[in-house]
Design a protein around this ligand. Structure first.
Ligand SMILES: NC(=O)C1=CN([C@@H]2O[C@H](COP(=O)(O)OP(=O)(O)OC[C@H]3O[C@@H](n4cnc5c(N)ncnc54)[C@H](OP(=O)(O)O)[C@@H]3O)[C@@H](O)[C@H]2O)C=CC1
Ligand SMILES: CC(=O)C(=O)O
Ligand SMILES: [Mg+2]
Length: 414
């Protein structure tokens, strides 16, 4: 990062007040009459109603539009396990994005804990406060056990964004990129660098969308996951590939697709050069991608490349999903975010990239033109069509799959 950007980022976070979010009042609180309603004695009335009927919390409190962004700071972006407190700027950032893009009030909660059971207990014990829980930057393999347990324990949607938000955006972008390159997901050879939260979920969803498990090579820090390895957990084991290719060099040679959800600068221009014609690279590690687009482009002119960042074309980042999927889930009080809702989000996101881009998006993106093609495979996060289209598709999928607890509002998001 340049010294200028570093200082600008620090100033942005420090000035004019520290941090990125604050709490706003939604009711008058000026007079004694106001306070009689907001606090004692009036507040006792909604208390009694909620005690008698817990669902009334959705009517009389902020629960319906409140999401907790909860972490333990064990996998902060691609920076690693830097602890809960250091993760707070990222979690406040997620809260900012929830509010900016979907009008959802979100609050960050950084949990210090002893083990996964302690973390699960902490989150389960505060869950009723919220309409949904967005788990963030929790490392694998603990994230899988944590999410599974919390889905069972909580009565509200629990969604590990690094798994499912990333997978939804990756699948949407990949289907579009392959369409542009004239390839089918069912035919391509895929290299997935990383075998953690994002990697496992991305590959699972690509398989649901048509990728062949035997065409996927997943790598961790020790190389390709294959069955002779004795150091792999049950989640990695689901992706063993015993074709005989064991090194990064071997799997990149002739690969159609590279998905990077690992760490910075792990592939070289030589690796990119050895890929099949018309390859697709999603180098999603934040803040520094697995390879810089300018480097990859020195060796290929038939390449589609995306990164997790806002300052290159083709941003492949879960921000294109999580505000909108939660909006749809909250608005029908979905009990969970299921596979049908994720598929609906993939299709809604990818369809927007194929349509003309509104002038306000071009302005916000600092672009004069964006058309579906090598430099535009996914909508920009600030595209105002994402909110109505993704939220509506997700809410309809929730209703159709039986997890909505209230009907779709009339003309919802139309
Ligand atoms: N663009 C986006 O929207 C998103 C991007 N990401 C990025 O994906 C990355 C992983 O995040 P997440 O899955 O949550 O983290 P996890 O800690 O769950 O998993 C990290 C995985 O990456 C592997 N890894 C890390 N560094 C290297 C390396 N240098 N070479 C090879 N493998 C490596 C680890 O290997 P091992 O198992 O051997 O330790 C592990 O399998 C981060 O960089 C993050 O920023 C994540 C979510 C969203
Ligand atoms: C974008 C994101 O969630 C990550 O890099 O962890
Ligand atoms: Mg994350």
């Amino acid at each position: 990062m340049s010294a200028d950007l570093r200082q600008a980022a620090l100033d942005y976070h420090a000035q004019p007040v520290p941090g990125k979010i604050a709490i706003a009042l939604t009711k008058p609180a000026e007079t004694a009459d106001d306070l009689s309603l907001a606090y004692s004695p009036g507040v006792a009335e909604p208390v009694r109603e909620i005690a008698a009927n817990p669902a009334d919390a959705y009517l009389y409190t902020s629960k319906a539009n409140l999401v907790a962004v909860i972490t333990n700071g064990t996998a902060i972006l691609g920076l690693g396990n830097l602890g809960p407190l250091a993760s707070k700027p990222v979690m406040e950032g997620k809260a900012l994005l929830f509010k900016r893009f979907a009008g959802i009030d979100a609050i960050d909660i950084e949990v210090t804990h002893t083990d996964s059971a302690d973390f699960i207990r902490t989150v389960a014990n505060i869950a009723d406060t919220f309409g949904g829980i967005n788990l963030e930057d929790i490392k694998a393999p603990e994230c899988f056990e944590i999410e599974k347990a919390l889905i069972e324990l909580c009565d509200i949607p629990v969604f590990h964004d690094d798994q499912h938000g990333t997978a939804i955006v990756t699948a949407a972008g990949m289907l579009n990129a392959l369409e542009i390159q004239g390839k089918n997901l069912s035919d391509v050879r895929i290299v997935c660098m990383g075998a953690g939260a994002a990697a496992v979920a991305c590959m699972d969803l690509l398989i649901v969308c048509g990728a062949k498990p035997e065409n996927i090579y997943m790598l961790d820090r020790k190389g390709v996951i294959h069955s002779a390895r004795t150091d792999i957990n049950e989640h990695k084991r689901r992706f063993v590939n015993d074709s005989g290719l064991k090194t990064l060099e071997q799997v990149m040679d002739g690969a159609d697709v590279f998905v990077g959800v690992s760490g910075p600068n792990v592939i070289t221009a030589e690796h990119v050069k050895s890929m099949a014609p018309k390859p697709v690279i999603f180098a999603c590690s934040n803040p520094d991608p697995e390879i810089r687009p300018e480097l990859a482009k020195t060796v290929r002119d038939d390449l589609i490349i995306g990164t997790g960042r806002s300052d290159y074309p083709n941003q492949v980042n879960n921000v294109i999903c999580f505000p909108f999927i939660f909006r749809g889930a909250l608005d029908v009080r979905a009990s969970r975010i299921n596979s049908a809702m994720k598929r609906a989000a993939v299709e809604a996101i990818r369809s927007i990239a194929k349509e003309p881009v509104p002038a306000e998006v071009l302005l916000a993106a600092g672009e004069t033109e964006l058309t579906f093609g090598v430099n535009y495979v996914l909508p920009k996060p600030m595209d105002p069509r994402l909110l109505p289209r993704v939220a509506r598709a997700v809410a309809i999928a929730a209703e159709d799959s039986g997890v909505a607890r209230i009907p779709l509002p009339d003309n919802y998001m139309l």
